[in-house]
Design a binder for this molecule. Structure first.
Ligand code: PHE
Length: 447
């Protein structure tokens, strides 16, 4: 079977950046930054992205492109005698699990797009916004419907293929995302009293940085760049041999970081301008921001624009999450893309049901003291993802081998790679150790 691939440079960038830019950028990054000392954390985050994020991304892209295979076969083809394919299986399972709960949040977002466009979100009194959010999330069928819709949209794009699905839609959606981001940013910083928000985000307060801030920054960088879970490996397998993986990785990282920072400039100036608290968790975008839109002229318009932005960011990520298992299943069982996608999408929806119910009727059902949604999130994001990151760096560093990887990365010597020594050090030593520390930190073993 001939493998599909990305058709253009811009297409690869849009698709990979589309995966990277997601809820993690718009919703989590701004808050984590504010909480950890603003500008000080930002510098730390940028250092993590540059020093670890980009090298690991280069390693994952090269592994995929070398093997021209899904994440499991990528390991298998180069593993020699070891059981490394198990790392590949983990790299397929993790995005499958993440997709099941990421789609729920994306579903809330879609419901808010419609709620904003029809004026519902802005017309109720601000005191009711909390209830409105509870209504959206805690029912049985309504949230499931929106989750289902997200999965259907995602599946429809994935069925269309790599070039006429993932690439084509990313090329439209990512520029749209930027335009919306800039419009909202201008609106936010021109509000009276917005400068306090900029201070919250940027003013460096080094006293708030702790040892764990470093791990938090690193963890956020990995999640935000979609590393450690087969996505970049799979996307790498669709990239042409003459593409420059080094500059591509740098461009993806820069785009991702830029969107995270711009999102902060959209959110906090507006929140502070209206005298609200920059709280964390779902409340920030689903309750606090609607309160802002409520008081703003043309609030419905800006609310619709904002939630459309978040929806775009989410959908360009969900398609990458789904693609990993679709690539695996089609190649493993030799079934066609459409059938594979429908089966996996259906499986994802089934897995999403218990998580969705955990915001409503099943709120009391707990596993290790967490509700089902939180438990799955914890398992995938805090355990599987770092494990995947450790495996991929060790694999490229020691099993496939840096020298072999280097041949792929430099397009057989056609590209100069000046930082080869640094890259080798990061992949073989620094990244595995640092990610291991993230694992200890995110599982609560070190505090
Ligand atoms: N990188 C995405 C974000 O920042 C999330 C994501 C994680 C997407 C893992 C795909 C895989 O939200």
């Amino acid at each position: 079977m001939k493998r599909d691939n990305f058709g253009s440079k811009f297409g690869v960038l849009a698709a990979a950046a589309g995966s990277a830019v997601g809820l993690g950028n718009i919703w989590k990054f701004p808050y984590v930054t504010g909480k950890n000392g603003g500008g000080a954390f930002l510098l730390l985050y940028i250092a993590c992205v540059a020093l670890m994020g980009i090298p690991v991304m280069i390693a994952e892209f090269s592994l995929g492109r070398k093997t021209q295979a899904n994440a499991v076969d990528a390991y298998k083809k180069l593993q020699g005698k070891g059981p490394w394919y198990l790392a590949g299986i983990l790299a397929v399972i993790t995005p499958f699990i993440i997709l099941s709960f990421y789609s729920i949040i994306a579903g809330w977002v879609l419901s808010y797009v419609v709620g904003s466009a029809t004026g519902k979100v802005v017309n109720i009194s601000t005191g009711e916004l909390g209830n409105y959010f509870t209504q959206v999330t805690s029912g049985v069928y309504t949230p499931m419907f929106w989750t289902f819709l997200v999965i259907v949209i995602t599946a429809a794009i994935v069925i269309a293929g790599v070039q006429s699905g993932l690439e084509k839609y990313s090329k439209i959606l990512m520029p749209a995302l930027f335009v919306i981001l800039v419009v909202l940013m201008i609106r936010s910083v021109t509000l009276k009293g917005s400068s306090q928000g900029l201070e919250f985000l940027f003013k460096p307060d080094f006293s708030k940085l702790t040892g764990t801030s470093v791990l938090e920054a690193l963890g956020q960088a990995f999640y935000s760049l979609s590393l450690g879970m087969g996505i970049i490996i799979t996307y790498g397998s669709y990239i042409k041999k003459d593409e420059n993986l080094i500059s591509l990785s740098a461009q993806v990282a820069i785009t991702d970081t830029l969107v995270a920072i711009l999102s902060g400039i959209v959110i906090f100036p507006a929140v502070f301008a209206y005298g609200l608290e920059p709280n964390s968790g779902p409340a920030l975008i689903f309750i606090t921001l609607p309160t802002v839109f409520h008081s703003m002229p043309f609030g419905s318009f800006f609310a619709t624009l904002f939630f459309t932005l978040v929806a775009i960011a989410a959908i360009t990520s969900t398609i990458s999450l789904l693609e990993v298992s679709v690539a695996f299943i089609t190649e493993k069982f030799k079934i066609n893309r459409k059938v594979a996608t429908i089966i996996i999408a259906f499986g994802t929806f089934l897995l999403s049901i218990p998580s969705s119910l955990s915001f409503g009727p099943w709120a009391e059902v707990t596993i290790f003291g967490k509700n089902i949604f939180d438990a799955l999130d914890f398992l995938a994001s805090n355990i599987f993802l770092p494990l995947g990151g450790i495996f991929v760096t060790l694999f490229v560093g020691y099993v496939w081998g840096i020298n072999n990887a280097m041949v792929e990365i430099t397009n057989e010597g056609a590209i100069k790679f000046n930082l080869k020594k640094l890259f080798t050090f990061v992949i073989k030593i620094l990244a595995p150790i640092a990610i291991f520390l993230i694992l200890l930190f995110s599982t609560g073993i070190i505090k």
